[in-house]
Design a protein around this ligand. Structure first.
Ligand SMILES: [Zn+2]
Length: 427
């Protein structure tokens, strides 16, 4: 019996019904009733989602494979099967993941400069196919897909040449190519080309230096790296700084000496400086509207970035910033936009869960569980329906991805799909 209800604070978010100012949460995340409920609902949603996917997809023919992206398309479905395979220890789900990812690679359009990354381009299905082949012990196919993805990146000069027109951000740019390679590397290890990783990282840094210099010549005060997408200097992980800096820190061992201290640290400190008084972070440079609290824009997406910064620089300042982002996310993260991981409650909860994984502070697990109660609630609510209701970033696949990780966070990676890397995180 649910004792809470949702009341709108404004058109963006609901008042957090679990938050009593000045009082600690009185909730035991390990209590039997909650864990049983979580397990049952996760299972039910997974089966329901599978049924809907099977109804949507033409398995033997060629329809519905047009969008093969991780973000809204079929390889995002494959990524959920992969996650379920790992967490539930199911060979059947892993095989289904491989089947779908490989099928996506057969339906890829000829790669072009707008379709290279993990989340929106060829990088997703190819990297996921390589990793599935690795898990299923099919070394020839593993090699084939690694080679195919690397050949695509080698064939587009824009990927490693900073003077070209490719953006640097995660969704459509170089950071998204870097992620595809690192996603493979965390499992397939040295089979992935380290030189290519270095060249992409260097191109991102060169591009960042160039824009920073241009702006400084025009009299603007900027950190030593600056990035833009569609002429906006975005700060969140999807299109801006947080995603780029997160991945550059993951490849710190590949970078020239001095880059971390002289370029990356000042950019992180710049992010600390531009925070709103509330602790939230603007969606782009110059924006003074403290509105968005979702993974793609605002505080939640910075949690992962500051957590890794705290590890890399052994700094409590960044850990404190991550905690402050988590507080904002907890207070204002129950969004009217709904449950998605990109701009909804599950993404916010997954970010908070990541902080639990890093700090072992039970308060973050409590918060993630309470947010899970909202996404598991079957009473009618005023949430908006996404355009792609089964997809990873807008729909149910992302919600189930979060719930699966919550089942046993000690054992799961609790990492954000298409953004976080695990094995590099453990240093
Ligand atoms: Zn979004």
């Amino acid at each position: 019996m649910n004792t809470w209800s949702l009341v709108k604070k404004d058109d963006r978010h609901f008042i957090n019904p679990f938050l009593v100012p000045g009082k600690q949460l009185n909730f035991d995340p390990k209590n039997e009733e909650f864990t049983k409920h979580l397990k049952a609902v996760t299972n039910k949603l997974l089966l329901q989602w599978e049924k809907n996917v099977k109804a949507e997809i033409d398995y033997t023919g060629s329809t519905n494979w047009d969008d093969s992206s991780i973000y809204t398309g079929t390889s995002g479905y494959a990524l959920l099967y992969f996650e379920a395979g790992k967490i539930l220890n199911s060979a059947e789900y892993l095989e289904q993941a491989f089947f779908m990812a490989e099928k996506c690679t057969m339906h890829l359009h000829k790669p072009n400069v707008k379709s290279l990354t993990f989340l929106t381009g060829a990088g997703g299905p190819l990297a996921l196919s390589a990793v599935c082949a690795h898990f299923l012990k099919q070394p020839e196919k593993e090699h084939h897909f690694i080679h195919r993805l690397q050949s695509v990146y080698h064939s587009f000069e824009v990927v490693t040449n900073s003077s070209s027109g490719l953006p640097d951000e995660l969704l459509y740019g170089r950071a998204g190519c870097l992620y595809a390679l690192l996603f493979m590397k965390q499992y397939c290890k040295e089979k992935v080309d380290g030189d290519l990783i270095v060249h992409i990282a260097e191109a991102i840094i060169e591009s960042g230096k160039r824009l920073a210099k241009e702006l400084q010549h025009k009299g603007h005060k900027t950190p030593p790296l600056m990035f833009e997408w569609h002429e906006q200097k975005y700060l969140g992980p999807a299109h801006g700084f947080a995603g780029i800096l997160y991945l550059l820190m993951q490849v710190k061992d590949y970078l020239e000496p001095g880059v971390l201290e002289n370029y990356i640290r000042p950019c992180l400190d710049f992010l600390l400086d531009v925070r709103f008084p509330s602790g939230n972070i603007p969606s782009s440079m110059g924006s003074d509207r403290d509105r968005l609290v979702q993974w793609c824009h605002g505080a939640p997406g910075f949690i992962h970035c500051f957590v890794v910064a705290a590890k890399v620089f052994h700094s409590d300042v960044y850990l404190k910033a991550a905690k402050q982002c988590a507080d904002v996310t907890w207070e204002r993260g129950i969004l009217t936009k709904g449950f998605s991981i990109c701009h909804g409650i599950s993404g916010n909860a997954l970010a908070i869960l990541h902080l639990y994984k890093h700090t072992n502070d039970l308060v973050y697990l409590q918060r993630a569980c309470q947010l899970a109660e909202i996404v598991m609630d079957d009473r009618p609510h005023e949430f908006r329906t996404p355009d792609r209701p089964l997809s990873m970033f807008e729909g149910m696949a992302g919600v189930i991805f979060f719930l699966l990780n919550l089942l046993d966070p000690e054992k799961s990676d609790c990492s954000f799909p298409g953004y976080q890397i695990n094995s590099f995180d453990k240093a």
